[in-house]
Design a protein around this ligand. Sequence first.
Ligand SMILES: [Zn+2]
Length: 81
Amino acid sequence: MHGSQHLPIRPLWLCRRCGAPWPCGPARLSLLAEYQGNRTALLFYLAMLKEEANVHLTSLNPSAPPRDLTNRFLSWVRAPR
Ligand SMILES: [Zn+2]
């Protein structure tokens, strides 16, 4: 988990490694592995990050606040795999 992590660049919330909107695919897989069996904690963690991203992205572009953050940060956790 060192050197190759897919972590967000704040306040842009793009992946530091692959440039995709965070959480990118590899970041999602990594989080699911890290929080395996503890989905509630993962959702709590992602909800906090979502709020942080919302503040950052809204301040970067006040005229077009982000609208898809719940889907981007949370919905994929609940999806059956
Ligand atoms: Zn990535």
